[in-house]
Write a protein that binds this ligand. Structure first.
Ligand SMILES: [Zn+2]
Length: 475
């Protein structure tokens, strides 16, 4: 046990005699070399025994670089309530064992569950458990290039480790660092925080009245309750065209009843979910269109977050094939510029949404007959300011407000005495249907008031959404 020095001797003796496992002994003696911790539990116990017998220092210069462990999340829990003998109400602090009682120390620690780590650095550091973790990773079949191995420790450890042992070392050894060498990433859970907060409030003397220092040995070993694999989310972006006037953007479900059989979101996501082998997804887009509105031109930017994907590596060629598969599966939508993007890049789709412009094409009906000259003046109107009260049709889900919007330009196209087509370039967020029919005077001015007759909208198409994201891809 070359990393230990003569001044560690009383610590080793005390810890072993109170049921601390060899790996915990090492870390509380500030042994930083990985190599030692990798030795089997039994060997370490023998080494510590040797050290107590013969505390001569040796040099240990070997350093191993082992292969990276697999991506895992392990939740450890001390399954049963600790026995009453864990709570030493008499507050008896164990006596430091006198030198020369190494054998006694050995005997009391051998085969016991560690009083500090509850066995986590015993069982769960042995090859058998590592094998179990590896098997789980392999069977979960994930693609990954880097990983985080995190362990969620039972909250009891906060009491045993962070609280009672520092006190021990304040008195028995100077400058004992308590930073564990093992890089466990502890998942914060409420119960742990509650324990830590409670510990912060307890005075040292009060704590020692109720909890022995060092802590007594538990009866049961910690259980590894769960080994979970999780991949970080990946993000896919693109643009979609919608060619159907009977297709909502997202599933249309009212009171648990589906109104239309599919949606843009579902037509795209089913392919992505299958290819990325993800658990779930989140769909977002630059604005949205009504169920009866088509989206033409270059389409509407969208992004899809794929949660816990098993497959994450796709070449540009594979993404192109995936896009083709989506496009072949339905004539209601088409997708272009499908690509993997970063989480940060998605913000670009949403930023400055209010300032963006959109162009539309509306088929308009009028009650009174029109001639070409009746509508020609619309072409000369620039930057027309509208006051739009929240439309009646969305009032059930949006607050009542009056919003100012701009119609940048208009271009009329005469069809017959009761119909014409109007091309509009507008500020994003303008309610086009309401601008045409007026929404019972809630949008002023409107096409009806401008033409001095009743107007209604028969069809609406989005011609372009002017957001230059995601990047256009070459075909
Ligand atoms: Zn231990």
């Amino acid at each position: 046990m070359s990393s230990l020095t003569e001044k560690d001797r009383p610590i080793v003796q005390l810890l072993l005699s109170t049921g601390t496992c060899p790996r915990c002994v090492l870390r509380f003696c500030c042994v930083g070399s990985q190599l030692l911790y990798r030795h089997p539990h039994q060997d370490l116990m023998k080494d510590l025994q040797e050290f107590l017998k013969n505390s001569q220092e040796k040099e240990d210069t070997v350093c191993l670089d082992a292969a990276d462990p697999p991506c895992k999340r392990i939740r450890l829990e001390h399954s049963r309530e600790e026995g009453a003998d864990d709570l030493n109400l008499n507050g008896a602090v164990p006596q430091l064992p006198s030198a020369g009682r190494g054998n006694t120390a050995m005997e009391s620690s051998a085969g016991k569950v560690c009083n500090v780590c509850l066995g986590i650095l015993q069982e769960f550091c042995e090859a058998d458990f590592v094998k179990k973790v590896c098997q789980k990773v392999n069977s979960a079949d994930y693609q990954f290039t880097s990983f985080v191995f995190s362990v969620s420790l039972p909250p009891q450890l906060s009491v045993r480790e962070s609280h009672s042992l520092p006190r021990l070392f304040q008195t028995s050894k100077e400058q004992t660092g308590l930073d564990s060498f093992f890089n466990f990433t502890v998942q914060s859970v409420f119960t742990r925080m509650a324990v830590i907060k409670a510990l912060e409030r307890i005075k040292e003397e009060d704590f020692l009245k109720h909890f022995p220092c060092p802590p007594s040995s538990p009866k049961n070993l910690c259980d590894a309750l769960e080994i979970q694999c999780n991949n970080g989310a990946v993000f896919v972006a693109g643009r979609y065209n919608k060619y159907s006037r009977n297709l909502p953007q997202t599933p249309w479900i009212i009171d648990g009843e589906r109104k239309l059989e599919s949606s843009v979101e579902e037509l795209i996501s089913e392919h992505l979910m299958a290819e990325f082998k993800a658990d779930s997804f989140n769909f977002s887009s630059s604005g949205r269109e009504d169920v009866d509105v088509r989206t033409l031109g270059n389409g509407r930017p969208f992004a899809m977050e794929l949660v816990n994907p098993h497959r994450i590596h796709f070449t540009a060629e594979e993404m192109k094939r995936l896009q083709q598969a989506i496009n072949d599966s339905s004539d209601k939508i088409q997708v272009r510029d499908l690509q993997l993007v970063t989480r940060e890049a998605i913000g670009r789709m949403k930023e400055g949404e209010e300032e963006k412009t959109k162009t539309y094409s509306a088929l308009i009906w009028t009650d009174k007959e029109i001639q070409r000259e009746d509508i020609a003046f619309l072409d000369d109107i620039k930057e027309l300011k509208l006051d739009q009260k929240t439309p009646l049709r969305v009032l059930h889900r949006r607050p009542l407000a009056v919003r100012c919007r701009l119609i940048h330009t208009m271009k009329s196209e005469y069809i017959d005495e009761h119909h014409f087509r109007l091309h509009l370039k507008t500020q994003a967020g303008t309610y086009i249907k309401e601008f045409v029919h007026g929404d019972f005077g809630r949008t002023k001015p409107n096409i009806g008031s401008l033409l001095n007759r009743t107007a209604d909208i028969l069809e609406l198409d989005v011609e372009s959404v002017d957001v230059d994201w995601p990047p256009t891809l070459a075909d």
